[in-house]
Ligand binder design. Sequence first.
Ligand code: NDP
Ligand code: 8X3
Length: 256
Amino acid sequence: MNLQGKITLITGASAGIGEACAEVFAEAGANLILIARRKNKLDELSKRIKVKNDVEIINIGCDVRNRKEVGKCIEELPEKFRNIDILVNNAGLARGMNKIQEGSFEDWDEMLDTNIKGLLNVSRFILPGMVERKSGHVVNIGSLAGREVYPNGNVYCTTKHAVKAISKGMLVDLNGTGVRVTNLDPGLVETEFSEVRFRGDSEKAKKIYQGYTPLTSRDVAEVALFCATRPQHVTIQDILVTPTDQATTTILNKKM
Ligand code: NDP
Ligand code: 8X3
């Protein structure tokens, strides 16, 4: 499928996988709607993308947890950007790594509200238009953590298991509408993810990616693009991509 001029909305585009998706989809000719809380980062990214690609981009500073704000942003899109062809539900985060009996309520709320309810909020405002037009593609960024539960990963893993269930729910309920759904589960990707998880403890964050070659954001974005460019009659429902050195969430060939 040719993405020239297609409208692609990417959440969490101010860093990591979302940022790489913006670059890769723009290279394929798609016009972009980029969402994240740090609008300044989106503005910088858009400038960089526009130097190399002849595409149109709208940047929206928005918190996906805020249902009203999400609805307003989507309802107020200019006419040209209203018919969203591809939605990449990527915004997400982990907070902390604690035993469940020692977990922080605030961390739990932030993960559950962003990774599950945020994804649902955005999807709920966009899916009706896709159904009406009988076309569209939703790519939900899950995780290997949506297939396994690792020590101290309890609530983060819960949110990613939920993403998997939401993807399945979308596939079931949207069957026959022409709208495609892909659940894309990455293993370890070097991004701001661990920096956010460990609240700016860069030393701890860096260690997560040492001793092996992790995935890059672009590795994941290219898989998303591959899924989105299959012919209309083809749906990649579920895909797992890991570093070659990673077998499971806990079996990692670290050379150190
Ligand atoms: P980053 O921290 O690099 O990027 C996360 C993005 O999500 C940022 O753009 C951030 O923007 C955005 N975001 C977070 N909270 C919100 C919010 N409330 N509203 C809007 N945007 C938000 O991490 P990754 O790129 O690694 O993560 C992207 C996705 O990939 C997540 O869903 C993550 O769970 C998943 N993933 C990551 C893996 C990894 O190893 N890195 C592996 C498997 C899955 P801002 O702060 O500006 O709002
Ligand atoms: C992010 C990867 O293994 O840190 O989903 O949970 S992991």
